[in-house]
Each structure stands twice: as C-alpha cells, then as structure tokens.
Design a protein around this ligand. Structure first.
Ligand code: NDP
Length: 279
C-alpha cells in the first residue's frame, strides 16, 4: 500500500511557520488581494478558501468581486490600483475569466513584483531561464511534497499529463531542473497508457475524474494527482485512488494532497513579496 503524500499536513507546517513570522511583525502585515470576476461556482469556493486561510494565518486579505458582465477596463483599473497599493504584496486573479475578457491582457497587467501566482510572462520567462522570482503555486507545491518525502528525482522518468501554463508546463520545467527526464502528455498523445506505464513519477493534471487507472501505473511509481473534479457530489482527483494506491509507492489523496499545498505556497509567495517590499 502506498505512503500518502500528505499535503494537508505539510501545508499546515508551512502556514504555521509563516504565522509565527507574521506574528513577530510590528505594524505592517503581508497583504493578498484576490480578484474574482463572475459567479463561477468552483472559483467562489476557491477564493473563499484562500481568503479564510490568509486571515487564519495572520495575513491582510482583500477580495474584489466584479460582475461577469464587467468590462476589461474595470479589471485593468482595479489591477492598477492594487499594483500601487502599499497594503498589497500579492495579487491573484482567479481563473477562468469570462469569455469576453482577454486573460493574457489581465495577467500581463499584474505587476510582476506582486504576481504571487507566477503567471506573468516575465515570471514564467524567469522560471524558464532558471532565475525565478515567483513560481506558480501548484507546481511549486508538488515539488515541496517531493522534497518533504525525500523523493529522488534525478535520473527518474517523470510523466506529466497536462500542458497548461498553470500546472503542466511549469511543473515539467521544475522537474527538469531536478534532473528528471520529463515527458509531457496531452489530449493528442498516442498510447497514453503505455507512456504512463514507463513513469517512475506520474503526475496527472487533466481534470477528468478517475481517469488514471491501475493499469496506467508502474509497480512502485510515485503518483501525484493534481486534478480536482466533482463526481456524484464528491470531490475526486484524476486518479482512481482506491486501486492505484495498491500499486504506487507514494500517492497524493484528493482532497488533502496538492490542493492545500497550492494555498500554502500562495501565502509563502505573498510573504516573500512582503519581505522584498520591506527590505
Ligand atoms: P486545463 O484544462 O488548462 O488543462 C488540462 C490538460 O489536460 C490539457 O493540456 C489537456 O490537453 C490535457 N488533457 C485533457 N484530457 C486529456 C486526456 N484524455 N488525455 C491526456 N491529456 C488530456 O487544466 P488545468 O491545468 O488548469 O487543471 C488541470 C486539473 O487540475 C483540473 O482538474 C483543475 O481543477 C486542477 N487544478 C488543481 C489545482 C490544485 O490546487 N490542486 C490547481 C490548478 C488546477 P490539451 O492541451 O491537448 O487540451
């Protein structure tokens, strides 16, 4: 039976360390602003969770909600205000944005110095040249789990399923930086199951409930499930956890795996930004 990569426990450890640092601060607190456009139900839940966790660990937090019909200009004006606000050290635009808004234009408007999600082209570029300022939180959270559980990456074959800018691409790059041999798969990949069977480290970021079956997994592989999906009113990952855990050496649960790590790394990035602004 696989050992759990316990993201809940590790995220609490990271957040508690941050809390004790925040408590020592005299007047100013690290500030996080979240922009939520529209009434996407999953986004509302994610934003509420981010705000609650930020406050719980002593951060200053602002949530700006805009109606789905709002114009791009309104969002850009808000970002301009937050870029200049001395109370705010991290700005997060919750994705997805409504279809009439150009996501790239919005993400490009966030100051790279407050881009705690690491989605600004400058931050993605810095990550790719090996001089990162902010690393996207979910991939960073996965790497922290590997570190905590002393999972050797060098020389291992890592298969990442999913090539989004938020998860798959930056994660593949981070794995490469740790000397893994990386294969990135996507919806046009041929023989996905056979490719997955060659993985020492298998990471799924697809968004399809229980898609990764036992037969995809090599005996003793490390399996990371980034997916968050709703199935019969329950949150499940991309991985058929019940069966795959019998074959894997390590596995992340959903919930309680990568999800809480994403929030912990968001706070950690905000704290780093606060320190940079304060120095
Ligand atoms: P996207 O929809 O942007 O990307 C999904 C990727 O999966 C695409 O590259 C797509 O390929 C690929 N894909 C889809 N179907 C298949 C298939 N049948 N076989 C192989 N590849 C496939 O999603 P995100 O990267 O934003 O998110 C992925 C999942 O992770 C979602 O469930 C999301 O909710 C979750 N998530 C979880 C987070 C956390 O904190 N745990 C944070 C962020 C996301 P193609 O490019 O060809 O279309």
């Amino acid at each position: 039976m696989a050992t759990l990569l316990d993201g809940k426990k590790l995220s609490q450890k990271i957040c508690s360390t941050l809390k004790s640092k925040v408590e020592k601060l005299k007047d100013k607190k690290p500030g996080l602003a979240v922009i939520l456009v529209g009434d996407h139900s999953a986004s509302q839940i994610y934003v509420a969770k981010k705000e609650k966790t930020a406050r719980e660990f002593g951060f200053y937090s602002e949530v700006h909600k805009l109606p789905s019909a709002c114009e791009e200009k309104e969002i850009l004006n808000l970002i301009k205000y937050l870029n200049e606000s001395p109370k705010i050290h991290g700005i997060l635009v919750q994705l997805p944005l409504p279809a009439h808004i150009q996501t790239h234009a919005i993400l490009n408007a966030v100051s790279p110095l407050k881009d705690v999600d690491g989605f600004h082209p400058l931050n993605l570029g810095r990550l790719f040249i090996g001089d990162p300022l902010f690393i996207p939180c979910t991939p960073q959270g996965v790497m922290e789990l590997f570190k905590e559980y002393k999972i050797e990456l060098s020389g291992k074959h890592a298969v990442v399923i999913g090539r989004s800018l938020i998860v798959g691409k930056p994660l593949a790059h981070l794995l490469l930086g740790q000397n893994a041999t990386v294969t990135i798969c996507h919806s046009k990949t041929k023989n996905l199951e056979a490719v997955c069977q060659t993985a020492d480290i298998l990471i799924s970021a697809i968004g399809k409930p229980l898609f990764i079956k036992n037969s995809f997994v090599k005996e003793g592989a490390v399996v990371v499930d980034v997916g968050i999906n709703r199935l019969n009113n329950k949150i499940v990952g991309d991985v058929d956890f019940e069966n795959v855990q019998k074959k894997a050496s390590f596995i992340t649960p959903v919930p309680g795996g990568v999800g809480p790590m994403t929030i912990a790394l968001l706070l950690q990035n905000t704290f780093k930004s606060f320190e940079r602004f304060s120095s």
